[in-house]
Write a protein that binds this ligand. Structure first.
Ligand code: ATP
Length: 345
């Protein structure tokens, strides 16, 4: 089901947790809400679920104004970070719970509930564990049961709030792949909260980057990584360097020195130049570019990271191949960004 978030504002005791947030989610999409702690991700998820009421703005489920619907009528599947399984119920009863508590006229027969719960157990690859209790499962298995339980009600929208947040790194990675696979098979419209950029980029069809109660950028993982539209997104997703430069007459200067890089001719004055550590070329020391003294180098997987001091307290980090690293001057390095963006100061 399509979900349309329209000009939402949410205040808690006059503190704006969300400010004029609008977002269109297409039916069947897997959307990640990504942002630092306190950026408003959980608040947005709770508003969509109907667990909070907006101060302003509206949310639509398809054509229907969701504010006219109760939490039950919205028919949401919810999975939280901390397993909210019922401890005194078996795995199978946990999964069937949402169907069992439906009003009589919408409740499937007992045998049908069992059939569906077993089918979901198979989908989350836990067949054979139906009679176990939650404390007889690992953390990752419990979250898989929680997901099966959320899907049992055939939700209009599946909302996941840091579902793997409490699990260790390897389990998180495995569950990520597994969730993407389940999503591709079931096609539920899914909104997923995370503060882990790797998780968001690997899993989502589109990533919504949030900061301080606002949406900074919405795009595919490639779009938000390759063409960040603000210094915040540049800094939050992937690694980046930011330098204060001056733009004049179509050129860019750092500390008064020309960089042989072209700025739009209408840009004049101070600006912020952003580029990623790997988006650079090493050049001869006499050429126009950025020159710095080497402070540190470290090996990171197949590449080498070189930290440079460009003067005036400005440090940057470059990522170069190990072959290039073997050839560079140990003390001074000159380079030029090959992919970059200028932002107003
Ligand atoms: P985290 O990653 O830490 O969970 P988040 O991005 O999900 O953060 P929210 O939980 O949505 O952020 O919180 C956004 C802002 O709203 C925060 O400043 C938070 O303190 C505030 N806030 C959230 N819920 C309430 C509440 N019930 N009462 C008062 N303030 C709240």
């Amino acid at each position: 089901m399509d979900v349309k978030v329209q000009n939402i504002r949410k205040e808690f005791a006059r503190f704006p947790a969300l400010n004029d947030v609008s977002l269109d989610i297409r039916s069947g999409e897997l959307i990640a809400l990504l942002g630092p702690s306190g950026s408003g991700k959980t608040t947005l998820l709770r508003l969509i679920a109907g667990l909070e009421t907006p101060t302003d703005g509206r949310i639509f489920f398809g054509e229907d104004d969701a504010s006219k619907k109760t939490v039950q009528e919205r028919n949401i599947g919810f999975v939280f970070q901390h397993y909210a399984l019922f401890r005194h119920m078996t795995v199978l009863d946990n999964i069937g719970f949402g169907l069992k508590v439906r009003p009589k006229n919408r409740r499937p027969a007992k045998a049908e509930i069992r059939r569906r719960a077993l089918e979901l157990l198979d989908l989350v690859q836990l067949s054979g564990m139906e009679n176990r209790y939650p404390n007889q499962l690992s953390g990752g298995q419990r979250q898989r049961v929680a997901l099966a339980r959320a899907m049992a009600v055939e939700p209009n929208v599946l909302l996941l709030d840091e579902p793997f947040g409490a699990l260790d790194a390897q389990v998180r990675k495995d569950l990520r792949k597994w969730l993407r696979d389940i999503h591709d098979r079931t096609g539920h419209t899914t909104i997923f909260v995370t503060h882990d950029q790797e998780e968001a980029l690997e899993l989502a069809d589109r990533v919504v980057v949030m900061s301080q109660g606002k949406i900074e950028q919405v795009g595919t993982p490639d779009e938000v990584y390759d063409t960040p539209n603000s210094p915040f997104v540049f800094g939050f997703i992937g690694e980046s360097n930011g330098l204060k430069v001056t733009a004049d007459h179509g050129g860019i200067r750092f500390n008064g020195k020309p960089l042989n890089m072209a700025a739009a001719p209408d840009k004049h004055g101070e600006a912020l130049l952003y580029f990623r550590p790997q988006d650079i070329e090493l050049i001869e020391s006499g050429e126009d570019g950025l020159t710095g003294s080497v402070i540190a180098t470290r090996r990171v997987a197949g590449t080498r990271h070189v930290e440079l001091d460009l003067g005036s307290g400005t440090h940057v980090e470059l990522e170069i191949s190990t072959e290039q690293a073997a050839r560079i001057d140990r003390n001074r390095v000159t380079f030029r960004p090959t992919r970059w963006k200028l932002f107003p100061v």
